[in-house]
Design a binder for this molecule. Structure first.
Ligand code: ADP
Length: 330
């Protein structure tokens, strides 16, 4: 998940789909990415060829899966969805590859989790639309060749650095998705409020945007909560006060930090005297995985200048002490 302490399980998934844009023009922000994709899509369609393979990287909740569903819609084709964590052996990949139709899309989320033994099959699949499978061993070994339909692989990863160079280099288009500005998120909140028929004023939309950590998924989650709160506590109207009170109630503060973010800062400051501290030590103390911290908590804390990464470890900044109202260490 996105590291949002308040996401609400399955229903959050359904809500996600409800607000997910269907076409590139319905997407907010990422203008330069969209512009480049449109050119690539139009060119591929003009030549009646599959689109080149595309790799998206960036933190969770910034639109990687959205692009992977919108692009096939723009191409007028279908998409199969897979997850790198589920592709632990070559046989797991086969059903997807043999099901691809001409110019269709295969989306592999968390592609950095595909093991090396499976990755090698992707190389020929991507390059030559072919897979060679070795059956048996030694003198009895036989190779089976499968021809695949020419297709487009879209990969998504939160950790581009973990992809091997041979895999990375087989993507013709590589796009990094960056954080959204407050204005872009406010536009997203206003647009989605209309879709959900929520009455919201501009200041309230701005407040939700400000507390959404530059992340569309969080803006949507927060909007859903604010709507619930407004319905029960404020006759449905979302004003600035309603937005603030409702977000305060679920522990999302003025900077958009949630309980886990504050817990991280609190651990770093109280237990490790503000650092420098290694990531593993912080993760152990908090009893969460270091991957979760590195992918879902630290990027925003770094961006907000609440922590810095030094050669000796993580350090809390003066801004972090101030935000938690803790005295700076002598
Ligand atoms: P990721 O795959 O990067 O984790 P998603 O594509 O699942 O992120 O995005 C999370 C949610 O945020 C989606 O359901 C979608 O509604 C919304 N979203 C993401 N990016 C955009 C965007 N550029 N415009 C509008 N909504 C977006």
């Amino acid at each position: 998940d996105s590291g949002d302490g308040f996401s609400g399980g399955d229903s959050a998934g359904e809500r996600d789909v409800q607000l997910r844009p269907r076409r590139l023009d319905e997407m907010v922000g990422q203008r330069d990415v969209i512009e480049r994709l449109k050119i690539a899509i139009d060119a591929a369609r003009g030549r009646d060829e599959p689109l080149g393979h595309i790799l998206f990287d960036g933190p969770p909740g910034l639109g990687k899966t959205t692009f992977a569903t919108v692009i096939p819609a723009e191409m007028g084709t279908t998409v199969q969805m897979a997850n790198g964590a589920g592709l632990s052996a070559p046989k797991d990949l086969l059903p997807y590859l043999t099901n691809v139709s001409e110019k269709s899309v295969l989306f592999i989320d968390e592609i950095h989790r595909v093991p090396k033994s499976v990755e090698e099959y992707l190389y020929t699949a991507m390059e030559d639309f072919r897979i060679d499978i070795v059956l048996g061993e030694g003198v009895n070994a036989r190779t089976l060749n499968f021809e695949l339909q020419p297709f487009t692989l879209i990969g998504a990863t939160t950790r581009a650095g973990m992809l091997s160079a041979p895999l990375r280099d087989r993507f013709q288009i590589r796009e990094h998705l960056g954080w959204y500005s407050k204005d872009q998120l406010r536009e997203l909140v206003q647009r989605n409020a209309r879709k959900l028929t929520i009455k919201i004023d501009e200041a309230a939309a701005g407040e939700i945007a400000k507390r959404s950590r530059s992340t569309p998924r969080l803006a949507n989650n927060r909007l859903h909560w604010v709507r619930d709160y407004a319905q029960i506590k404020a006759k449905g109207d979302v004003t600035l006060g309603v937005a603030r009170d409702s977000l305060d109630m679920i522990g999302i503060d003025s900077l958009g930090l949630d309980k886990q973010d504050r817990n991280y800062l609190d651990t770093l400051i109280r237990v490790f005297a503000g650092g420098p501290s290694g990531l593993e030590a912080i993760a152990h103390t908090m009893n969460v995985s270091s991957d979760t911290l590195e992918d879902e908590v630290e990027p925003f804390l770094l961006r907000s200048e609440l922590i810095v990464r030094t050669r000796r470890g993580r350090m809390a900044t003066a801004k972090a002490f101030e935000h938690l109202k803790l005295p700076l260490q002598p």
